[in-house]
Design a protein around this ligand. Structure first.
Ligand code: PMP
Length: 394
């Protein structure tokens, strides 16, 4: 049986990580994988997480199963963090999932049950796991235009035109904030226009929010998601705690669904719990419990949010430095968009040849589509990247 298997296509980012590890140059710079790194290149356990873990170790008396939907206190805390009271609880369903990826997968499986013929519309480009999971589930897939690589900004007219043309009942996957891989995001006014288009055509939004707190702050980053949830009749939301709590390997995420009416909530919740049961039964609890403890305790919450804020500001700082250095070294404003982008990533809009040149000549590793992880930089390496790019572009 196993002899029937053929090799799966290699994940580009994992291949890049392997190439980086194999590179003997001490000066190499890793701008590939999407993990936050501080100025020393470490991905630290956040202070609030350490404190919550200590407390949990002292007080937790059982590791017996929780429930198929996870701990209701986790759902309540995350609903509050993401939606901030904008939606009535009686229309809201939620289940804990293994990371944001688990939430995306469960959301798509829910769509498959409820609307098997619906097409899933993804931004072009998007996080590669989106099309990968949609295809794996055998669901119809289509793309709406999103990014203008000339300006480094959202190609808004094209995006709006494509969204307006989506048929009623199809699913539109939108990034809640900090678009991955481009770093380009909608303005508040543009968000309103997208919401109006969805209200008019009856397509159903599915928001993936994996970087709340990495862009303009916890509240601002939730703005688009909250408007969608409160203004449109129904939506799905996949949220990840991997980045903003720094608990990548704990696999902590949540799927929320907002039903058009309270009478539909129980059956939606039941289907989501059913899907958990089929795929992995009980969701992981450790990370979810830490998140619940932090969000529910004034002291831990303020420690967490100030560390998250420091993280956010350090990335903004690096963005500004890189944009300034590139302005100087290329003698142009071509890369000014880097300072305007938000989140951990920016797509530079340079060719695969340029990406390869700076990898070969300078040991700077970025994804072939020219996505860089801003957090992979520090004050010392920003000028190195800027010079490498300027030279390669000459
Ligand atoms: N959605 C997007 C857009 C992401 O970038 C990520 C993280 N790479 C996720 C979801 C989920 O990540 P995780 O499963 O690690 O929580």
């Amino acid at each position: 049986m196993l002899s029937n298997l053929t090799a799966q296509p290699q994940d580009k980012i994992l291949a890049l990580m392997a190439a980086y590890r194999a590179d003997p140059r001490e000066t190499k710079i890793d701008l590939g994988v999407g993990v936050y790194k501080d100025a020393t290149g470490a991905t630290p356990v956040m202070r609030a997480i350490k404190s919550a873990e200590e407390l949990l170790w002292k007080t937790q008396e059982t590791k017996a199963y929780v429930g198929l939907a996870g701990d209701p206190a986790f759902s309540a805390a995350m609903i509050d963090l993401v939606l901030g009271g904008t939606v009535d609880a009686d229309r809201l369903s939620a289940v804990a999932t293994p990371g944001g990826t688990g939430a995306v997968r469960q959301a798509l499986e829910l769509v498959k049950i409820a609307a098997p013929r619906a097409t899933v519309w993804l931004s072009n480009p998007t996080w590669p796991n989106h099309p990968s999971i949609v295809k794996y589930l055998g669901m119809p897939l289509a793309e709406y235009r999103y990014f203008d690589s000339q300006t480094g900004d959202v190609d808004f007219d094209a995006m709006l035109a494509d969204i307006k043309a989506i048929p009623a009942g199809d699913i539109v996957l939108l990034h809640g904030c900090c678009h991955n891989p481009t770093g380009a995001n909608l303005s508040a006014e543009q968000e309103d226009q997208i919401i109006a288009a969805l209200a008019a055509n009856g397509a159903i939004p599915f928001v993936d929010i994996a970087y709340q707190g990495f862009g303009d702050g916890l509240e601002d980053d939730a703005r688009f998601t909250r408007k969608i949830a409160s203004q449109l009749p129904e939506c799905l939301i996949a949220a990840s705690c991997s980045k903003n709590f720094g608990i990548y390997r704990e696999r902590t995420g949540i799927l929320m669904a907002i039903s058009p009416s309270a009478s539909l909530q129980a059956v939606t919740q039941g289907n989501m719990a059913f899907l958990n049961r089929q795929n992995f039964s009980f969701p992981p609890d450790h990370g979810a419990r830490l998140v619940t403890m932090i969000l529910g305790d004034t002291g831990l919450r303020s420690t967490w949010s100030s560390e998250l804020e420091d993280t956010r500001l350090s990335m903004l700082n690096l963005r500004q430095q890189l944009a300034d250095e590139l302005r100087q070294r290329t003698n142009s404003d071509r890369f000014d968009f880097i300072a305007k982008h938000r989140g951990m990533f920016s797509r530079l809009g340079v060719s695969p040849e340029v990406v390869e040149t700076i990898r070969a000549d300078n040991g700077v590793y970025m994804v072939v589509d020219s996505r860089i992880n801003i957090a992979g930089l520090n004050a010392h390496t920003v000028p190195i990247l800027a010079q490498a790019l300027a030279t390669a572009l000459k």
